[in-house]
Design a protein around this ligand. Structure first.
Ligand code: IP8
Length: 234
């Protein structure tokens, strides 16, 4: 059938959410299990919605990419494979038919092809042969634009904080942000502030929310605003 008959959700699981922040190559497995179950629940209840999943690098990719030596490219690539393998296994265990797509081979067509075959694409931030980093943020934005999808960023914070320290429920201008959430010291792709900037630049709406709070992944997929709605599309 035509892919246009569906509604799409692009959900990026932030590296800060699924990995242990300050411990290189450590996965939050129990959290991943809960996240997977909420995604599965949504899929089962909503047969006319399709999901595209992505994940970032966290203490795998960002850690390895922050060490500059001759093996940086291959180490970073291998670290992302390892993280992706664990995420893939957990999603499969929950009964989601994910197929992983390394960012270094990303094209929109390959994602479309997976969707047409009834598979759930799982794309990950990666390093390319030329040593450049491809962020899952950028691929999320590309896919959301092309599919006119709801764009969801699950992170490990409640959302974007305003000057008063409270979560901004709707962000219409980037200068409303008082204190941008601190990016991890070894985040090589810019963390939360560049994410917000890219959402605005692409005139998209996106919801940034706490994916570690029970029930939030499911609610976000359902369409509830449970964090900060970044409104780049006036
Ligand atoms: O965490 C970058 O992906 P992101 C992945 O989505 C690497 O920005 C290899 C650092």
């Amino acid at each position: 059938g035509s892919e246009l008959a569906y509604d799409y959700r692009v959900l990026k699981l932030g590296g800060s959410l699924i990995t242990c922040k300050d411990l290189p190559r450590c996965v939050r497995l129990e959290l991943l299990r809960k996240v997977s179950e909420e995604i599965k629940k949504f899929i089962d209840e909503n047969p006319n919605e399709k999901i595209i999943l992505l994940h970032g690098g966290g203490s795998f990719g960002h850690y390895e990419a922050s060490i500059f030596d001759d093996s940086r490219t291959v180490r970073t690539s291998e670290a992302m494979q390892e993280l992706n393998y664990m995420v893939t296994k957990q999603l499969l265990k929950s009964g989601i038919n994910v197929i992983s797509i390394p960012g270094k081979f990303y094209t929109f067509d390959i994602v479309l092809n997976a969707l047409e075959k009834g598979l759930v694409p799982l794309i990950y931030g990666d390093i390319k042969f030329d040593a450049s980093i491809i962020s899952a943020d950028d691929m999320s934005i590309d896919i959301a634009k092309k599919l006119n999808a709801r764009l969801l960023f699950a992170i490990d914070k409640a959302g974007i904080l305003g000057r008063d320290g409270r979560v901004i429920s709707e962000l219409r201008r980037i200068d409303e942000v008082g204190r941008l959430l601190q990016a991890n010291y070894y985040d090589v792709t810019g963390g939360i502030s560049s994410k917000i900037q890219k959402i605005f630049e692409n005139n998209l709406n996106a919801m940034i929310f706490d994916g570690s709070k029970a029930g939030n992944i499911y609610l976000a997929l359902k369409g509830y605003n449970i964090g900060t709605l970044v409104r780049g599309n006036p």
